[in-house]
Design a protein around this ligand. Structure first.
Ligand code: SF4
Ligand code: SF4
Length: 436
């Protein structure tokens, strides 16, 4: 089977401090669940409970209010004790409903009732996705309902299952794929029905042969057109634009038509499955916990709303004071300033690093080594763009800055530790906010 790759740049990223790629552990239940009602932007759900109310597991506690927000459900049973808000670092203003855990669980430890979906119409399936507050769980947190509504129903589509693991901090999604293969496949079939997509395309990183075999075996059980594409695990292959590049090459070489691509992560697809087949909102998620400061890195299946402090404690705590705590990946992580911040629907990983892992952080002068250019997957010149932003003179080709993927490759390889992608990303964000 041919292994595809995007044509230019990228890096092979490894990190021995990420959890090993084996299995998940179920995290302890939180004493207090800090359940965010903002998922994606400052568009928050409208709370439908008040302080002092008793809530049951899976009960609706926040109702979506238009695009950017999604329905919010209690992830534990108990009593609402507070509604809080805080400014997350490098992010939007967040709000959460705090529930003190207590009483009996309606779902945890109970046999799961399943609901057939063959006879449901695409519209009915779509409504279930909206009702159970499904969001894109690979980091964006955007409501899936918005993405589904944005696609015209007549568009020829392919649902793409993004099983590309180009970053060791994607281990939680990998473990989910191994443990919940059938849910991921059925979730993809459900999205195929909602969108009217012609086929499902499974993109799997090489050399995950076992994972490929698992998906092939599972997909065979259904009478749905499917393609399997293997790609190199070079970062940022998982990025949607890089994924699209290789799928367009695949299309040409295999003489098939994939048309518009609807790319989703395995975690999102498993959540779609749970909403439709189990009538269950997102109560928990797989989270990778690790970094050099963490005693026992692991993949935890943690309740949404569990505070990071408890998550780290369950992994043996810190071996020494961390110099950096963040979510996501060390390549592009978002800083965590308060360990009371909770696991959200889109927390893929949380890590704590010792000084030795962070290394030299002081910024030096550019030595014009050209490393940043050689790894840029879209062939930008990060050095010149950076200098243009910092100086007053805009270099030739400055307008290409909008093509920056924000992947961070240039910044990682820069021996002078210049914050290249950070500055480029901030510039693009400021322009977008101004509507330019
Ligand atoms: S990698 Fe850093 S030091 Fe090298 S050219 Fe780019 S900005 Fe300059
Ligand atoms: S962050 Fe932007 S400039 Fe830097 S390597 Fe990625 S795409 Fe290129």
């Amino acid at each position: 089977m041919k292994v595809y790759s995007f044509p230019h740049g990228g890096i092979d990223f490894d990190d021995p401090t990420a959890p090993v790629w084996t299995s998940s552990k179920t995290a302890f239940l939180p004493n207090f669940a800090v359940i965010p009602i903002v998922q994606f932007s400052e568009n928050c759900a409208q709370p439908v409970v008040s302080v002092g109310d008793t809530v049951s597991e899976g009960m609706l506690i926040g109702r979506r209010q238009g695009p950017g927000s999604s329905n919010i459900h209690a992830t534990v049973p108990g009593r609402v004790v507070r509604v809080v808000s805080w400014q997350a670092a490098e992010s939007y203003n967040n709000q959460a409903i705090i529930v003190r855990t207590g009483g009996s669980f309606d779902k945890l430890g109970k046999p799961e009732q399943t609901f057939g979906w063959d006879t449901l119409s695409p519209q009915e399936l779509h409504e279930l996705v909206a009702e159970y507050g499904i969001v894109e769980m690979d980091g964006s947190g955007a409501p899936l309902n918005d993405a589904l509504s944005a696609f015209p129903s007549e568009a020829a589509l392919s649902v793409v299952v993004n099983c590309v693991f180009d970053d060791p901090w994607l281990v939680a999604d990998y473990v989910l794929c191994r443990e919940r293969t059938s849910a991921v496949v059925e979730g993809a079939l459900m999205l195929q029905k909602i969108t009217g997509a012609k086929q499902i395309v499974y993109v799997i990183s090489h050399p995950e042969k076992k994972l490929l075999a698992l998906f092939q075996e599972e997909a065979k059980r259904y009478d749905a057109p499917s393609f399997f594409v293997q790609v190199r695990a070079k970062y940022p292959q998982r990025n949607h634009s890089q994924l699209e590049l290789v799928l367009r090459t695949f299309e040409k070489e295999e003489n098939v038509q994939l048309n518009t691509l609807f790319i989703q992560s395995p975690a999102t697809l498993a959540a779609v499955h749970d909403a439709i087949k189990l009538r269950k909102p997102i109560l928990d998620r797989y989270v990778a916990v690790g970094g050099s400061a963490v005693r026992n890195p692991a993949v935890l299946k943690a309740r949404i709303g569990t505070m990071f402090e408890e998550i780290f404690e369950q992994c043996g705590g810190f071996i020494d004071d961390p110099i950096r705590i963040a979510t996501g990946s060390p390549l592009l992580g978002r800083k965590v300033v308060n360990l009371n911040e909770p696991v959200t629907k889109n927390t893929t990983a949380v890590f704590a690093l010792l000084k030795r892992q962070v290394g030299v952080t002081s910024v030096r002068t550019c030595i014009s080594c050209g490393e940043c250019r050689s790894v840029c997957p879209v062939r930008l010149d990060p050095e010149r763009l950076f200098k243009s932003i910092k100086g007053s003179k805009q270099e030739k080709n400055f307008s290409r800055i909008v093509e920056c993927l924000g992947c961070g490759c240039c910044e990682v390889v820069c021996p002078s530790r210049l914050p290249l992608s950070t500055i480029l990303g901030a510039w693009n964000k400021a322009k977008t906010n101004k509507g330019e």
